[in-house]
Design a protein around this ligand. Structure first.
Ligand code: NAP
Ligand code: MG
Length: 413
């Protein structure tokens, strides 16, 4: 079979542990036999980050800015134990956090659905994608334990010497607690822009919800910035595409989500996104069936799996055991990236290839071949779980059949 050429470069970011093992298999069995593809490779495995004093992470982010699209394997975010395990110079920051900050991006997570796994919520027929604003609020707070009676205040002192503003939060007559949080117009605007960009890109409606009836300055600001961005930058495009921007109260949104059939992007404030993304992932089935994409308001995209490096499975793998770790979200990280590359390069045959690989993956699971995490929740139950390698081989076989059967758009040059 002639290989299909991918016109421009993809930024490939390699990672750690079990996902690194699966990453290699996916490339060797599902991508490189079919594609002639140039990648700009960055190895972010922990030892390389340590060796380069984390420069490699910054370089990878810069490369995504240069080429527009990247695909990333899961990486270890070190803690004290990892510092010992890998003999690190220091506790390096989370690579995802670093890349997100450099691209000013927002992370969107969505489930990969198969017919033999029913979501826990009966009405859900289509994926619900969650976008989480990853800046500020309670995640960057100042908290005080109040020992006894006294005055709790909020104070702002302008740098330009203007008048100081202060307001009483609570006159304490006994012990209690006090918290200060903030957000930035610029960050909320980037979040709004990334959300509209991604909803439009995916051709789905956008929902956004806050508690502006109670929080008349703070949450109201989120609501107003979203409305401004919609009206000034997206309204016409959304209307032309038949898409809706739907704003409501957060409690109303939660109630509606449970009765809706899905198929939309739900943009959430930081805390709402933290909580709701875990609920939605769990209700759709397995963490290993969730994709994740970092979208920058400047139009850069980085695709990855929502899960981590699957450490426990890696230790089994190292001990020589065959594991049944699920590579589906990693496969979809690559297909997401290839689709975007194809779109930017105007190469529909690359988009078609990515579609064929996604279909082959889903059809493999629907035919009863799946890894342990999916086997546990599938209906009907399969005879047994398949090992990672056997699963990938089964997908490769289906893909070959699909590409042979359908000559359109699969010719190389
Ligand atoms: P994890 O790697 O997501 O795995 C947690 C558990 O979820 C696994 O033990 C496994 O459950 C199940 N699981 C996750 N992915 C799976 C897959 N593909 N197939 C089958 N089961 C899967 O989270 P973690 O163990 O808390 O974190 C491990 C490392 O990953 C940490 O060092 C963390 O810093 C890093 N991490 C990286 C990213 C990223 O780069 N995006 C994200 C999160 C975490 P069972 O053991 O029950 O089978
Ligand atoms: Mg969470």
């Amino acid at each position: 079979m002639d290989k299909l050429r991918v016109k421009n470069k993809i930024v490939e970011i390699d990672g750690d542990e079990m996902t690194r093992i699966m990453w290699k298999m996916v490339k060797e069995k599902l991508l490189f036999p079919f594609l002639a593809m140039d990648v700009e490779y960055y190895d972010l495995q922990l030892s390389k980050r340590d060796e380069t004093e984390d420069r490699i992470t910054h370089e990878a982010a810069e490369a995504i800015k240069k080429y527009g699209v990247g695909v990333k394997c899961a990486t270890i975010t070190p803690d004290k134990e990892r510092v010992k395990e890998y003999n690190l110079k220091q506790v390096w920051k989370s690579p995802n956090g670093t890349i997100r900050a450099l691209l000013d991006g927002t992370v969107f997570r969505g489930p990969i659905m198969v017919k033999n796994v029913q979501p826990a919520v009966k009405s859900w027929k289509k994926p619900i994608t969650i976008g989480r604003h990853a800046y500020g609020d309670v995640y960057k707070n100042a908290e005080l334990a109040i020992p006894g009676p006294g005055l709790g205040e909020i104070v702002f002192t302008p740098s330009d010497g203007g008048e100081t503003q202060r307001m009483i939060i609570q006159e304490f007559d006994g012990p209690g607690i006090l918290q200060g949080i903030h957000n930035l117009d610029s960050s909320i605007r980037s979040f709004a822009r990334a959300s509209f960009t991604y909803a439009y890109d995916q051709n789905i409606d956008l929902w956004f919800a806050v508690k502006d009836t109670i929080s008349k300055t703070y949450d109201e600001r989120f609501k107003n910035i979203f409305r401004e961005v919609y009206e000034q930058e997206w309204k016409d495009k959304f209307q032309e595409a038949g898409l809706t921007y739907f704003f409501t109260l957060i409690d109303d949104a939660v109630a509606r989500v449970m009765k809706d059939e899905g198929g939309f992007l739900w943009a959430c404030k930081n805390y709402d996104g933290d909580v709701m993304s875990d609920m939605v992932a769990s209700a759709f089935g397995s963490l290993a069936m969730m994709t994740s994409v970092l979208v920058s308001p400047h139009g850069y995209f980085e695709y990855e799996a929502a899960h981590g490096t699957v450490q426990k499975h890696y230790y089994k793998h190292q001990a020589g055991e065959k594991t049944s770790t699920n590579p589906v979200a990693l496969i979809f990280a690559w297909t997401g990236c290839l689709k975007k590359r194809g779109e930017l390069d105007s190469t529909p045959e690359v988009i078609e290839f990515a579609g064929a690989l996604e279909e082959s993956t889903i059809e493999t699971i629907e035919s009863g071949i799946m890894t342990g995490d999916v086997a546990r929740i599938a209906d009907p139950r399969p005879e047994g779980p398949t090992s990672t390698e056997d699963f990938i081989d089964a997908v490769a076989l289906k893909l070959q059949q699909k590409l042979k059967g359908d000559n359109s758009g699969t010719k190389g040059d």
